[in-house]
Ligand binder design. Structure first.
Ligand code: KG4
Ligand code: ZN
Length: 352
């Protein structure tokens, strides 16, 4: 059976039809990001207004592409939070009305659980290890890296596990975005730093290792950002293309090394881990993918990322996948829920 999923937690409006938690019948994404490019941010009221205008068309298109009659749907899933409240309300109000008129159960999904389950869509993309041609297997360590958060999870099922650590300050994507702004590169910073870094030398400028003396799995990126700021201030030369390329490559390398260090440490603590997943917008980064594949190839674990870049960034298909597994594993999947701008990360999973 298939689930119709809706996601509208930030500037995107997305609807998808997902069968059995992995088969993406459709995944339509409309975004108002262009409206906000010059601001390097989002105006919440404006984003919600745009979502009100397009959400029904996006849902209709998702059903059309999936070639799915509404009667063949098993449930409707929607992101219940966290995110921008106005945007979330557009999605949840629409999903509530649809579920009620179509007499279908409604499943409220934590946005982060969607990201954590995104490697199940189309079975994900295996970068290293033995997991090709099969669906992911638990236990799984997931590094969730986006513009809003950076956290590390250990799960023994979709809904059981622990949040091992999170960032103490900026998120990894935020570090890319702020770094790009210092280097006068366009927003979003991840793709532009990654592109500039292609021509650069990643050993040109050494960066400090964050929280290096600490036996913690926590992340911290604000020190790297400050180092970049002082590096550019002290250069005493104009910002040439070569400097931008070298600084981009070195900064990107430092971020990747920090993420890799945490994953390797976590693997030592959880030696029964069978797969390492990298999800969220920053998982699109080629340097990060290469660095983690190299480091983990000898450890016998499968390294998996979402099958396509559009499953790395915010999308409704991942909400459809998460809802399917919630239905399988939790008797509370279809319980009443509130739409909330912030929901504790810890509530995504329960201890095994
Ligand atoms: O998951 P996402 O689309 O949105 C949320 O933050 O929830 O992630 C967006 C973030 C931005 O900070 C962007 O700079 C970063 O992901 N990003 C990348 C790349 N593509 C997007 N960071 C590094 N390398 C990339 N190729
Ligand atoms: Zn997200």
């Amino acid at each position: 059976m298939a689930i119709l999923a809706v996601e509208s937690s930030c500037d995107e409006t997305s609807a998808a039809v997902v069968q059995d938690g992995w088969e993406v019948k459709s995944n339509v994404i409309s975004t108002s990001r262009k409206d906000f490019e010059a601001l390097a941010g989002v105006i919440p009221e404006q984003a919600a207004r745009r979502q009100t205008e397009c959400i029904m068309a996006v849902i209709a298109e998702a059903l059309r592409v999936a070639n799915m009659h509404p009667q063949s749907l098993e449930a409707i899933a929607v992101t219940r939070g966290p995110g921008l409240l106005g945007s979330l309300l557009v999605g949840t109000a629409t999903a509530r009305v649809l579920a009620s008129t179509m007499h279908l159960p409604l499943i409220g999904v934590h946005h982060t659980l969607g990201h954590l389950d995104s490697p199940w869509l189309a079975q994900g993309l295996v970068l290293a290890g033995p997991g090709k041609d099969r669906e992911p297997v638990f236990p799984v360590l997931t590094l969730s890296v986006s513009g809003g958060h950076t956290d590390l999870w250990y799960r023994t099922s979709h809904t059981h596990g622990v949040l091992l650590s999170r960032t103490r300050d900026d998120a990894a994507g935020e570090a890319f975005d702020k770094g790009a702004s210092m280097l006068s590169l366009p927003y979003p910073g991840g793709p532009s730093i990654s592109k500039a870094a292609e021509q650069g030398n990643e050993r040109a400028f050494p960066f400090p290792k964050p929280l290096s003396g600490d036996d913690t799995l926590d992340f911290s990126f604000s020190g790297l950002k400050t180092s970049l700021k002082y590096l550019l201030r002290d250069l005493k030369t104009p910002l040439t293309d070569t400097i931008v390329a070298d600084a981009s490559a070195s900064f990107q390398f430092a971020i990747c090394e920090h993420l890799k260090d945490r994953l390797l440490k976590a693997l030592k603590r959880f030696p029964d881990t069978r797969e390492v997943h990298i999800v969220g917008g920053v998982s699109a980064n080629d340097r990060l993918r290469a660095s983690l594949s190299d480091a983990l190839a000898t450890q016998g674990v499968t390294v998996r990322v979402p099958a396509e870049l559009r499953y790395c960034t915010d999308n409704a298909a991942m909400i459809g996948a998460a809802a399917h597994f919630l239905l399988q594993e939790s008797s509370a999947a279809t319980a009443e829920f509130e739409t909330e701008a912030s929901i504790p990360l810890e509530s995504v999973v329960t201890p095994a």
